[in-house]
Design a binder for this molecule. Structure first.
Ligand SMILES: [Zn+2]
Length: 137
């Protein structure tokens, strides 16, 4: 008996004007990260200033949307769900949910890809949130 992922309503995130492009891309199923022009590093969550060198020359880049699970935890109070830090292939780690799988099969270093789930619930729908689901290989 596994722990099948069930849809649950996700909290609507606070959105800021400087992230408008990010949320618009998310609605189209694209995950954006920021890359710094000065030092070349990628970062997430997107900031105006590069966290590595404080340059303000940062650009939105569409991430491949693939990565691996760095660490995770399955919450079992009420509807079970898994939160995780996923390390993107571009380098940054993001806190996220692991979805659409048997939560008992989630493992560290497992390969995952991004899927988007709409936050909020019926009548009060928020932006699409990047979540991850395991992939073969
Ligand atoms: Zn930089």
């Amino acid at each position: 008996m596994g722990t099948t992922y069930q849809e649950r309503s996700m909290t609507i995130p606070e959105t800021h004007p400087e992230h408008k492009e990010y949320w618009e891309a998310a609605a189209e199923g694209k995950l954006l990260v920021k890359q710094c022009d000065s030092c070349g590093e990628f970062h997430y969550y997107p900031r105006v200033l590069c966290p590595f060198c404080m340059s303000d020359k940062t650009n939105w880049i569409e991430a491949k949307g693939t990565g691996s699970i760095y660490t995770y935890s399955v919450m079992r109070r009420g509807v079970p769900y898994a939160i995780a830090f996923v390390e993107l292939d571009e380098g940054p780690r993001m806190m996220t949910n692991i979805v659409d799988c048997d939560l008992d099969t989630v493992r560290i270093n497992q390969r995952v890809k991004v899927v988007f789930k709409q936050s909020g619930d019926q009548g009060n729908q928020g932006p699409y949130i990047p979540c991850f689901t395991p992939v073969e290989g």
